[in-house]
Design a protein around this ligand. Structure first.
Ligand code: UDX
Ligand code: ADP
Length: 459
């Protein structure tokens, strides 16, 4: 099938950057990204590129090059579906917060709504591509809904998982390690492969069956998250043995069988994928009665929760066992640097714990807006919205966030944190002034010379 028009349902962290790059590399294909959230679409269409809903290095440049040429953002979902030969589903698949599988299984209601919508409005044959991370065998659900639509249209389902990491999305899309396409129809697979072949070499485009493709995505994230939990487990041991976790990571990373990536000890991994995908893996394994497999992967999450918890416990213990009424500054709210995404960020959980201990928290993040900090805390339902507003301030400047505080907790590895005038910060903090570096980004010796009591992970 020759692809002239592509529709992408879901203008989020996955759909936005992925389609921007597909449009840039395929100027002859018209790409329309649709979303039911009209504010989000308006933000994507904003003439002021600093107002795009997603911050991602390099994204604004590609949007300005392609938008309204062959890349369009719209709320008219039905028209875009009907005119496209290929439809990507990039809607969110959060963990269920109700009913069976609550807290573990993926909530597929948005996916199902999309499939029903496609079935309702399509008048020509379509290739439907799963882009969102989905539990294994979701393609079957989509297929069943589409094939029972009764209007005689042929649908081919492909799984094409996204491996981009936020903060480096454009780089990852432009030079992917591989592109994975799973499907049953060779012709449909090749149609999608051709879209990628505009900039990715054929030998990096991997073709598999549908289920291998779906499972590979969950497995890739589980392996990556497992490495972070593994090094974080070792970080706790380092703190008791005077070994230095960064030295250990370097030493083991030089073993080519292990490799150096994803060995940075931290206050715990966050993001929309790792926890959700592992929970999915655990849920699926248990549903097949594979309890040992489920327990094995669940431990990665348990370790991650422990790492976040022990970070805030250590802060409280070091501040003489109480933070009640003390100003504590949080530097960084995003789950990693170079993104404005805060989903599952360790900062949320550490702050929640400090608020339970009646701390007065001030937050600074270079890219996360004030309202997002409050909505993340309100979502936990740990206290009233008014209490969150009373106990938390969100500052526009790091220096005001840090002024007069007893301790600073570094939650995100933003580069700019390293460049701050730490002598000035020290002079304006309460003494003793404590730094809890959840990302090991500051120079310990330098901070101690300034006068800080400096604590990091695994050192
Ligand atoms: C991840 C996968 O990397 C990507 O392939 C998939 O498509 C989506 O999920 P993302 O969540 O955007 O991407 O970011 P990633 O760079 O993987 O980081 C996840 C979390 O792990 C972050 O909180 C990060 O700070 C943390 N992390 C990562 C560490 O703590 N240490 C490391 O060494 C690496
Ligand atoms: P991801 O990180 O997976 O891209 P996001 O939450 O950033 O997740 O984006 C998913 C987008 O999908 C949201 O903007 C949401 O409004 C949109 N969406 C969800 N369901 C539908 C639907 N049925 N039709 C159109 N858009 C949808």
């Amino acid at each position: 099938m020759k692809i002239e028009k592509i529709c992408c349902i879901g203008a989020g962290y996955v759909g936005g950057p992925t389609m921007a790059v597909i449009a840039q590399k395929n100027p002859k294909i018209k790409v329309t990204i649709v979303d039911i959230n009209s504010d989000r679409i308006a933000a994507w269409n904003s003439p002021d590129l600093s107002k795009l809903p997603i911050y991602e290095p390099g994204l604004a440049e590609i949007i300005s090059e392609t938008r309204d040429k062959n890349l369009f953002f719209s709320t008219d979902v039905d028209t875009a579906i009907d005119e496209a030969e290929m439809i990507f589903i990039s809607v969110n698949t959060p963990t269920k917060t109700y009913g069976k599988g609550k807290g573990q299984a993926a909530d597929l209601k948005y996916i199902e709504l999309c499939a029903r919508n496609i079935a309702k409005v399509a008048t020509t044959d379509k290739i439907v591509v799963e882009k969102s991370t989905l539990p294994v065998r979701t393609a079957e659900t989509i297929k069943s809904i589409l094939q029972n639509s009764g209007n005689g249209i042929n649908f081919h389902i492909l799984s094409n998982p996204e491996f981009l990491a936020e903060g480096t999305a454009i780089e990852d899309l432009l030079s992917p390690d591989r592109v994975l396409i799973g499907g049953e129809s060779e012709e449909a697979i090749e149609s999608l492969a051709n879209v990628y072949a505009s900039w990715v070499s054929q030998n990096q485009i991997l073709r598999t069956n549908l289920w291998s493709s779906e499972l590979s995505k969950l497995t890739a994230n589980a392996f990556l998250a497992q490495r972070v939990s593994s090094i974080n487990a070792i970080s706790e041991l380092c703190e008791h043995t005077e070994a230095n976790v960064d030295e250990v990571a370097k030493a083991i990373g030089m073993d080519s069988r292990i490799g150096s990536k994803f060995l940075k000890a931290s206050v715990g991994f966050g993001g929309s994928c790792f926890q959700k995908d592992i929970l999915n893996l655990v849920y699926i394994s248990r549903s097949y009665g594979l309890n040992e497999v489920a327990d094995y992967w669940e431990q990665v999450i348990i370790m991650n929760d422990h790492q976040k918890r022990r970070f805030s416990d250590k802060l409280i213990k070091t501040l003489y066992n109480t933070v009640s009424g003390k100003k504590i500054s949080i530097l960084g709210w995003a789950f990693k640097k170079d993104t404005n995404d805060t989903r599952e960020s360790a900062a949320i959980y550490v702050t929640d714990h400090l608020l339970n201990e009646q701390a007065l928290v001030s937050v600074y993040d270079p890219k996360v807006p004030e309202q997002k900090v409050y909505s993340d805390l309100n979502y936990l339902n740990s206290r009233t919205e008014q209490e969150n507003e009373d106990f938390v301030t969100v500052d526009k400047s790091p220096y005001s966030a840090l002024k007069g505080s007893h301790a600073v907790a570094i939650m995100t590895e933003w580069d700019e944190f390293k460049e701050y005038d730490w002598e000035k910060i020290y002079s304006e903090m309460k003494k003793p002034a404590f730094i809890f570096d959840g990302r090991n980004i500051l120079n310990k010796g330098k901070m101690q010379d300034i006068g800080f009591e400096y604590y990091s992970i695994g050192q």
